[in-house]
Ligand binder design. Sequence first.
Ligand SMILES: C[S@@+](CC[C@H](N)C(=O)[O-])C[C@H]1O[C@@H](n2cnc3c(N)ncnc32)[C@H](O)[C@@H]1O
Length: 964
Amino acid sequence: MGRGNKRGGRGGGRGGRGRGGGSRRGGEDNRVSFDRVPKQNEKLEKYYNSVLRLSVEEKDDFWDALKRELPNSFRFAGSKGHALAVQKLLISRYIPEISKISHYDGTLVEPPKVVPWYPDDLAWWMTTPKNVVRRFPPFAAFQKYLVSETSVGNISRQEVVSMIPPLVMDLQPSMTVLDMCAAPGSKAAQLLEMVHMGEEARMRQSLRSHAKEDGREVSPDLSVSMDEADVGNDWTDNGRATGLLIANDSDYKRSHMLIHQLKRLSSPNLIVTNHDATMFPSIKLPPSAKNPAVNRYLKFDRILADVPCSGDGTTRKNVNLWQDWNPGNALGLYVTQVRILVRALQMLKPGGRVVYSTCSMNPVENEAVVASAIERCGGLDKVKLLPSDDKLPLLKRRPGLKSWSVIDKGGIMWFSHKDVEKYQDEHGVTPHTERLVPGMFPPIDGSEISQVPLENCMRVYAHLQDTGGFFIAILEKVTEFRAKPESPAKNVQTEAPITSIVDEIMSRATPENGDSVLRKIEAADALIQPSEPSNAEVAPVARQNQENTTPSSTLHARKRSVDEVEDAQVDAVMQTKKLKTKNEVDVLEPGVENVEVRRPPPPGAQLDLTKRPGDFRAEAEARPALRNRAGQQFEEPFKYISGEHPEVKVVEEFYKLSPRFPRDRFMVRNAMGEPTKTIYYTSTLIREILTENEGKGIKFIHGGVKMFMRQDVQKEGVCKWRIQSEGMPILEGYVGEERIVRLYKRSTLRKLLIEMFPKLSEGAWKDLDEIGERVRDIGMGCCVLRVEPSNEKDGFDERIVLPLWRSLHSLNLMLAKEDRTAMLLRLFNDTTPLVNNQGASKKREEVKEEDEEKPVVKSEDEDDELAVKDEDEAMQDVAPGFKVENGEIKVDTNMAIESAAPVNERPLDGIVKPGPYSSIVAEPKTGGHTDVKADKINKGEDTGGPEQQLNGTGGVEGQIGNSV
Ligand SMILES: C[S@@+](CC[C@H](N)C(=O)[O-])C[C@H]1O[C@@H](n2cnc3c(N)ncnc32)[C@H](O)[C@@H]1O
């Protein structure tokens, strides 16, 4: 891996959290440490004073800005309708209160402001010092809202410049998208939201149009009609998003952070992989019906290459960079960055786009990388550098640099590589100059590559709009190409990635004989193929099926496609894995004079595979690493089950699923391919990818949305499969009336949110107002609670859908504690403590006996979910929903979980976290603080105050520092 993992740089380590040496929680301490860190670095200042060519006055602004602490910023996440609804609360409820606060000197405190260039006012920032935030109650309320909505994924704390790359990608919902260096995932989350853009509206429209044939009653639609652009054009799957996001990161631990971040979006269109992006494998697709003999590979419409970089645009957040910055960092990263960009361009469809970005200001990591990659891909005939000045017109930026100098490790500035060569002729290669290669310098005048319009790139500086520094370039692939090999690096001892090795081999004369890798490539070369539309990447089947190396005589001659090269890469990797235990072997290639070809390491060999991703969960740390024979971590396979499977039939019958709901996308994660604990759901494209590439060495580490979870219910006729909240938005429109409960009144929902397990027996159902009779009569098991919009005073503006469990004697919303409190705050401006009607003193055993039909969460989930265990719970070693107090097990009323689960069960398997696509937002009809003390509620039970509950999520101090 590149140097991006260095402290202070981007690409690992601190992941954008925390600040200059201060503790995460101590807001004030952080500020003090930020102020205390000396903000000088001679080489840094010398270099940028020279290279950026700012005027004298502007230079002062530039350095002043880089030395100031960064404003906090956040954006509203999820589908647009949902995000706007959460945003509305900020504007209507919190800003007016904050705007009334004044400092001691009488000046007004500045409330959060809209980021002017972000679409639909969905991004905000605030400069208010933390001591002010703490002192004034309106800020405290705002803070609670921020923390609460962040914890449930409705708000994403993200640095504003980091929001730019996805916005300039021109991504449409049906597109195939790859994020090559995606962890921790803030940009990937934006991309995923774009893949799902308009889906909610389309699905509603589709359900409405089929309501009659489905025999279903649709919800009244009171929502404001959406722009056509917001609905999107992705209609081929009944309005469901058909696009795809593959989010990748080479760091295993960080890729699990990525999963954690993206899971909140509950997307069946997402896969997470764990590969070195310089050698990202080709992904096979099923052959087309038209040309079954031809292998097809996935090509992307959009790729984000947000590469590891030295991160010197982030000094406002990573204050240690003032000490740590040294010119060697950028020089060490250049090679990896070019390789990633070249690989991205290879994997694009013609007409597709790569957005390349860094948070470095160094041209060696930016313009030089762009120019070198275009050059390696065959120049401007193959790859265009698109203008970016038409994007985000309110964002202040500077054009890309056309000329620059390069600073070496010793701080010497070089103006051309010729000077370096001259110096080296006289003095030999020195440690300071050894990393300098021609591609790091501006293109030589008159060369073809000097025509690259580098001014089309976008440079964002801290002083322009009070942000961090950032660089963005938009590249478009014109046509397929064969990438040139890397220029032989005289001085640089870097590990050549498989792409460059194969490229290198491919561009040479054919050897008479050679090692098996070369022979394989030759075999590929000899093959003949029919032509196929260019965006379906094709290669002969024979090359994939190694036992069948005879080309079909019916195929027409055709030029070898880029993907054959890529295929050869994958084959070569596999071959190497079989043949060698040593990572690298020097091979003398026959027919080529004394040229070293360095064999690539097997996939994953460059990564640190010694640790499991337990950095953020103690439990994960303790789990033994399962590895396959090659020493890689073992991931449970993805196995699709038939729509005719008896368990699918059970589900179908119990929920009276509409025949229009697709049955061929259910998947499980175990080698037997049997639904044992969880049934997942994915889009069709993901099914094709996961099925077609099974056992081919691609490291898929996440895919699929949990749709059903097995529940041990003793009672006959109760379906063992309960709907998981993640799957709810996808499924609910197809569930029959038999399992639907309709709720209309705000007061009823509020009661269900505050009270866990409201009783139904002994006439208690009457307390549940308009849903009382229905829940009394509905059969036991999981049902869909539909909160229908209405124009009534005590009604909702928008539709909300939540999972509900009907037990023998009670009812329960399947919502996690933080989701309940977040909804209470959002919908009712209410911080009433939650109440558990099972009684605070009940012991676990008693509860188990009495309520055995309730959802019981049993063992580890199949998908090896690593990021969910509540740490406190792990410490207490009792079942979710219980706590140890004075040596006694008691019901933990802070946990909104209906469970009598045995020790060591995992909490979130039994509870529900509605994601931003789950339509859970409704704008309250009445503003103001409700502050209702409901009779049953405030009986002084051991509930823990809202304060306590909200702080449990980390508090605002715990979340300062945005992700880049
Ligand atoms: C700047 S960060 C990406 C930030 C991310 N795009 C976001 O918005 O949250 C760079 C990431 O690249 C990963 N990385 C470093 N070298 C890589 C490589 N060769 N292939 C893939 N990922 C790599 C690091 O682990 C790190 O997570």
